[in-house]
Design a protein around this ligand. Structure first.
Ligand SMILES: NC(=O)c1ccc[n+]([C@@H]2O[C@H](COP(=O)([O-])OP(=O)(O)OC[C@H]3O[C@@H](n4cnc5c(N)ncnc54)[C@H](O)[C@@H]3O)[C@@H](O)[C@H]2O)c1
Length: 541
């Protein structure tokens, strides 16, 4: 038997997480793995109930799946922060939330997937008909569906896959045999890829990818990757004595700037991205004594970085700001490029300034607590980069995908800092998206509207002879790969959409769309109403 401390303990706490469908043995095998390695076993569902006093069923009933997933994500993050190595039996659906997958793949755990074929799991479940999760469902249909949905995700996060069926068929004590196979697999992983003893916890969650937004003497670094927030001190401007951290109360991300600092919270949502919040911040900073030699650190999504960035731009005629982007949308878009601003009752982003940050940190680990819909919101913006030049984007690991989007946005910003021309390509998919958002009757987040807008732009480009059917299919494939909608909501009225196109801010002369074509994505004026309607018909469900 391998040395248990080498299995899970080399280089500090490295936990073992067992994932797999219900009935694959995560709890029973997990307890045995814990015995073999000398570590404590934690069943995530049981632990959640112990910590919150509410069972999984209660969570689903009262908070819905989104609420449960959020609680599950917070629990997972906190278990992985435990100082002693644990063996964790994860909930079957843990991999559904992209943030959880990022956390599991982030290097703090060795993940073992206990795999059983759906028919095998179903036949075992039939032998135990009292299992509450089956709740009258046909086990074969249920396991086939769950397996089809989750198997790719389990494999995505797994360091090792252990087949359970051969052990059950081999006869005696199958759970012990599986546990021993798991421990052997872990020992093998440790030999080939385990962390070195002298690596700090921060370094262990590397790689952090370092990029630049090249703007001459205002060039600034962007750090992307799990644990990047721990490097805040390194990117603060030299000589800073005080840091004003601006965030929102519900964002569970703390940063340590290593100097005197104070936290200032702002309200959530677009309503708080306004001049009132900017005034409050500036007054609070003035009362605290923040000077131009100090720094603002915005920790949040686009609402926080836009608002704090603008306040930093105008306070004392400009103090440095560092963005720690905590939403996917913020990381791939809002925090990069120096556009800051707030809303007026008359419209969004009507007051603002170009104010480049001193640095940006995109810590992919903090995305774990993001609500699934917020994550998808970011994926909508991410999808557009696949057509602006990032190759094989959906196939990249999260931190590489974020870095690729940042790199591309940095290039575009460097070429056209003040949106005089090329920067308009970043609005790919946004013309229809804005129309859908302004119409306001559809339950769509911005990124979901952009996803539909991307498919619309592709259909429009095909009708105008700029791209072929295969390229349109590629658009649909990429958008669908992110689990984003590819069709306009039901009941969409073409006349209304065309009227709203006319109000889009790019409608300077006729209606300007950003379209794909032989020379790549570029602004194109379209005045043929018939073609606009035809393209809309092609994105109906
Ligand atoms: N400046 C730019 O170039 C630019 C580009 C795109 C979008 N934007 C702006 O960005 C804003 C939208 O940003 P957003 O989508 O990030 O929304 P957001 O900032 O409102 O964040 C969404 C929600 O997620 C919460 N949240 C943030 N980080 C979290 C975390 N790690 N865990 C749990 N919850 C977390 C927030 O509190 C909020 O409730 C819009 O105002 C838009 O105009 C700006």
């Amino acid at each position: 038997m391998p040395d248990p401390t080498r299995v899970a303990g080399a280089g500090g706490p490295r936990h073992v997480v067992l994932v797999g469908l219900m009935g694959s043995g995560k709890t029973t095998v997990g307890k045995k793995v814990a015995k073999l390695t000398g570590h404590r076993f934690v069943d995530a569902d049981v632990e959640l109930e112990a910590r919150t006093g509410r069972s999984v069923a209660d969570w689903f009933a009262t908070e819905g799946e989104a609420g449960f997933r959020r609680a599950e994500a917070e629990l997972l993050a906190s278990l992985l922060d435990e100082p002693e190595p644990l063996v964790i039996g994860a909930g079957g659906g843990v991999v559904i939330a992209p943030g959880n997958r990022a956390l599991l793949a982030g290097g703090r755990a060795l993940v073992v997937y206990l795999h059983g074929e759906p028919a095998f799991l179903a036949s075992r479940a039939q032998a135990k008909p009292h299992r509450p999760l089956l709740a009258g469902a046909d086990p074969h249909e249920l396991f086939a569906r769950l397996h089809a949905e989750r198997d790719p995700w389990y494999r995505e996060v797994a360091d090792a896959v252990v087949e359970i069926r051969p052990h059950h068929e081999a006869g005696e004590k199958p759970k012990w045999r599986i546990a021993e196979t798991v421990v052997d697999a872990l020992a093998g992983l440790d030999r080939v890829g385990g962390p070195a003893d002298d690596v700090t916890p921060e370094q262990r969650s590397a790689p952090v990818i370092e990029l630049d937004v090249p703007l001459g003497d205002r060039t600034y670094p962007v750090l992307v990757g799990p644990g990047a927030r721990h490097r805040l001190l390194e990117v603060l401007p030299v000589g800073v004595r005080r840091v004003a951290i601006v965030t929102q109360a519900s964002i569970p991300v703390t940063v340590d700037p290593g100097v005197d600092h104070r936290v200032f919270t702002i309200g959530e949502g677009e309503d708080h991205k306004d001049l009132g919040t900017v005034e409050d911040l500036c007054r609070d900073w003035a009362q605290w004594g923040l000077t131009r030699g100090d720094c603002v650190v915005a920790v949040g999504g686009g609402v926080v970085t836009d608002t704090a960035g603008f306040a930093a731009a105008v306070y004392h005629r400009g103090v440095p700001v560092v963005h720690v982007a905590t939403t996917l949308l913020g990381q791939v878009d809002a925090a990069i490029g120096g556009k800051t601003g707030v809303n007026l009752p008359e419209g969004k982003n009507l007051v603002g300034a170009f104010w480049q940050p001193a640095a940006v940190i995109c810590d992919t680990e903090v995305l774990v607590t993001l609500a699934p819909r917020e994550y998808r919101n970011g994926q909508g913006e991410m999808a557009k980069y696949a057509f602006l030049g990032v190759e094989r984007l959906p196939d990249l690991p999260l931190e590489e995908a974020v870095a690729a989007c940042v790199r591309l946005k940095a290039e575009v910003v460097a070429a056209d800092e003040r949106e005089g021309g090329r920067r308009a390509v970043l609005n790919y998919g946004h013309t229809l998206a804005h129309a859908l958002e302004i119409a306001g009757r559809y339950d769509l987040r911005h990124g979901e509207a952009v996803a539909i807008g991307i498919v619309y732009a592709a259909e429009l480009a095909r009708l105008l002879g700029r791209i072929d059917g295969a390229r349109v299919a590629e658009h649909r494939r990429v958008v669908a790969a992110y689990d984003l909608p590819v069709a306009v909501p039901e009941g969409i009225d073409a006349d209304e959409v065309l009227t709203l196109f006319g109000r889009d801010k790019k409608a300077v002369r006729g209606i300007t769309f950003v379209l794909d074509g032989p020379d790549g994505v570029e602004p194109v004026a379209v005045d043929d109403e018939r073609v606009l309607r035809e393209a809309l018909d092609r994105v109906r469900a």
